[in-house]
Design a protein around this ligand. Structure first.
Ligand code: GDP
Ligand code: MG
Length: 399
């Protein structure tokens, strides 16, 4: 079903098998993340196709439909320059999502439970797949270039499928709780931009008078494949363009971003090196063809817009020797998936392999049972094991 050993070459595991200590003291395997190890041809990446979608409402309730999808409604291209005050309404019309509630993969699992009988790809496709959020894959793609923030990914195998769910690192949690007020406002401003650029109906006009409620989300569920790894992942989509040349998702989707206005070539260079990498990784994975950026002045008003076609982003950095390379991102992600597939050998939803990474080091693994790391909810495990009981595996005492 899956390769038993990690791919050789760039993704080779360091397990001390050659010239290292004897087998009985073999150190835990780890995966290096140096960009130089992952150069080479761009790996196979299947054109992402949308399997379905779901919405989360203003109270974060799940709906198996597209009710939260909004419609791209930019100001007329040849009219006057935009002047969107992104701070308007803050803080009185801000309803931020509760970041203490750790949802894990729950919404995606609910979608999967309701659709796994009708998945394309044939019987057994899901058993060979990796299931995760797009955002987790984005972090993997950018890892070889990330200098500041580490990550932890919990992995469990159930009926063949490998599930990956991010765990907030202690450092990330501390940082989140210590968010200075200006960062809170900056987050609001990103969502406020969406409100100026989106309408609730195709052909409608934006209404920036309402509240900004970040519980609301429209999520697309996509199928792809990286190298030999079939992927099923979901990502939040900002809006669809009713005037897009292709009305078929994900080709009609648009990602909206804001960034500071730039004035010098050095500022643009730095933007291409750092921010554009994140934008590219996030939109390339689900096949979202363009990112529309609003550039804000020091007062927090968007004064200009620029469209970045996802497939043209790399051209903006290709000539920069300190820039990023999409092949490195994708090869590293493929190597990580091989590493995870060969590390998690037991099919057991209560067993968690925790993959941890801090900048400057390799990806390391630790093993955990049950709380607090186990993340596949009982309602999901019970439902899928009732339908297709696995041949006797590890005994499962208790609930
Ligand atoms: P992204 O690519 O990082 O935006 O994340 P995804 O598109 O993969 O989103 C996956 C799920 O996580 C969706 O339900 C999002 O609403 C949610 N999500 C995205 N970013 C955040 C965040 O910063 N905090 C919390 N609590 N949820 C988030
Ligand atoms: Mg966005």
């Amino acid at each position: 079903m899956e390769p038993q050993g990690a791919k050789r070459g760039a993704g080779e595991m360091k397990d001390g098998a050659t010239g290292g200590p004897p087998k009985w003291t073999r150190p835990a395997p780890s995966l290096p993340t140096d960009a130089s190890l992952y150069a080479g041809p761009f790996p196979f990446y299947r054109r992402p196709s949308e399997l379905g979608c779901f919405s989360l409402d203003s109270e974060r309730r799940y709906h198996g439909d597209s009710r939260a999808l909004r419609y791209f409604a930019p100001p007329p291209a040849h009219g006057s320059a935009p002047d969107f005050d992104l701070r308007e309404g803050y803080p009185e019309r801000y309803r931020p999502r509760d970041e203490e509630t750790q949802e894990g993969l729950d919404h995606l699992l609910r979608w999967l439970l309701e659709h796994r009988g009708q998945l394309e790809g044939g019987p057994g496709w899901l058993a060979g797949a990796v299931v995760t959020w797009r955002g987790h894959l984005t972090k993997l793609l950018t890892t070889p270039y990330e200098l500041r923030e580490g990550w932890q990914l919990a992995a469990s195998r159930l009926q063949g499928t490998l599930y990956l769910s991010e765990v907030e690192t202690p450092a990330a949690r501390a940082q989140r709780l210590a968010h200075p007020p200006f960062l809170r406002e900056l987050m609001y401003m990103g969502y406020k931009f969406e409100q100026y650029m989106c309408a609730d109906t195709p052909g409608g006009s934006p209404d920036p008078s309402g509240e900004v409620n970040t519980n609301v989300a429209f999520c697309s569920v996509l199928r792809s494949q990286l190298g030999t790894h079939p992927l099923l992942f979901s990502g939040e989509v900002d809006c669809t363009d009713p005037k897009a040349p292709s009305t078929q998702p994900p080709a009609c989707y648009v990602e909206l971003k804001t960034s500071k206005e730039m004035h010098s070539p050095g500022q643009w260079r730095s933007f291409y090196r750092h921010k554009l990498l994140k934008w590219w990784a996030q939109s390339f994975l689900p096949g979202v063809p363009r990112v529309v950026a609003g550039f804000r002045d020091p007062e927090g008003s968007v004064r200009s817009l620029r469209t970045f076609p996802t497939m043209e982003m790399f051209e903006l950095i290709r000539a920069d020797r300190e820039g990023w390379n999409p092949s490195v991102c994708m090869n590293f992600c493929a190597a990580f998936l091989s590493f995870a597939q060969s590390t998690v050998t037991q099919d057991d939803p209560r067993l968690v392999h925790l993959f941890s990474w801090e900048p400057g080091g390799p990806v390391t693994v630790s093993i955990h049972h049950d709380a607090p790391y186990a993340f596949l909810p009982t309602w999901y495990v019970d439902a899928v094991t009732q339908d297709f009981p696995s041949p006797a595996k590890t005994p499962c005492p208790g609930n």
